[in-house]
Design a protein around this ligand. Structure first.
Ligand code: SF4
Ligand code: SF4
Length: 320
């Protein structure tokens, strides 16, 4: 298939984290030196592969843990941001690692998906880190898990962040009835798009950009449409990925994570997020035009069903 641009979600072998969030189903591992080396080699190979692609690429690191505390990932973001064919490079992070490396990056291409975990770090410490990003001119979004017991912390974080920074809240998906109407009103006041994340999109048979305009790649080069569909498309180190891409419909019954549903063409999420789609950073022009947010919520209502069962709603990606 002819390709002008492609988004690639990369998830290497790394699966450790310096935090221990109780709601996190992954990152329970401690790597050995050999496993770190394996992850480093996979990362180097992936960076070289991206740099060699003859089309525009946006990269989003979605590790099974915290990668940005590792210098090798900081250097990978720097290298990719400086690659002429790379448009955006983003990463999911808890923002606990050093940020001095951003000075070496092409900062206009960087986007950090920074999740604040109230049980793991003080608000003051987290806000010091976001202030560093402000000073460095790095774009970021801040996210929190919408546990009811965190409502006050969520509102306090919203009040403390600069107004131009988007604070998104991931719905704590443990079944219907978890939130009262009052809770929902408070969460919507913090995150104007909160409702979008409460839905489980009915996607079976629906067109989705995953496998056409976006793919997920693992450390060994295995390419999948997205993180949620196991069946591989192929391997980017053995095949030209352009031969693996084509328009497709989804084979799953539901899709409920930002990193998945934003690629549903009917949602037209880019009308709000622009080139900040991967790092969940709305386009500044969308903030100036609330009608765009309302229109996105409307499209979400048309596509999404309310939460079905707790099992439907518990997915490993929920905390992030
Ligand atoms: S949710 Fe994120 S920060 Fe928390 S333990 Fe899991 S990977 Fe680490
Ligand atoms: S709708 Fe979700 S699960 Fe289906 S292909 Fe797209 S991203 Fe994957």
């Amino acid at each position: 298939m002819e390709v002008e641009r492609l988004s690639v979600l990369y998830r290497g072998p790394l699966s450790s984290c310096n935090y221990g969030c109780p709601y996190c189903p992954f990152a329970k591992h401690t790597e050995t030196a050999a496993e770190h080396e394996h992850d480093r080699l996979a990362l180097d190979r992936f960076v070289a592969w991206v740099q060699a692609q003859p089309y525009r690429v946006s990269v989003f690191f979605t590790p099974w843990g915290e990668a940005l505390v590792r210098p090798r990932y900081q250097q990978a973001l720097v290298a990719l941001s400086r690659a002429p064919n790379v448009e955006q490079v983003a990463i999911q992070t808890n923002l606990s690692g050093p940020l001095a490396w951003t000075a070496d990056a092409e900062r206009g291409k960087l986007g950090l998906w920074a999740t604040y975990h109230p049980g793991e770090v003080t608000p003051g410490r987290f806000l010091e880190r976001t202030a560093e990003l402000e000073r460095a001119g790095v774009r970021y979004s801040v996210g929190m898990v919408g546990e009811k017991r965190s409502l006050e912390a969520i509102e306090a974080m919203r009040a403390a962040l600069p107004p131009h920074v988007y604070l998104w809240v991931n719905a704590f998906k443990v079944g219907e009835g978890y939130y009262s109407a009052g809770d929902l009103a408070r969460l919507r006041a913090v995150d104007p798009l909160f409702e979008l994340n409460t839905r489980r999109y009915r996607v079976r048979g629906q067109p989705c950009g995953a496998g056409e305009t976006v793919v997920s790649v693992e450390g060994d080069g295995t390419a999948r449409r997205c993180h949620f569909i196991e069946r591989p498309l192929g391997n980017v180190y053995q095949q030209d990925i352009r031969d693996l891409l084509r328009p497709r419909v989804c084979s799953r019954s539901g899709c409920e994570c930002h990193i998945g549903y934003v690629h549903l063409p009917e949602l037209r999420a880019a009308e709000v997020f622009g080139d900040g789609l991967l790092a969940r950073i709305p386009d500044p022009r969308a903030w100036a035009d609330p009608a765009r947010f309302r229109a996105l919520l409307e499209r979400g209502r048309a596509l999404g069903a309310p939460p079905a069962t707790p099992d439907d709603l518990k997915t490993p990606a929920t905390p992030r």
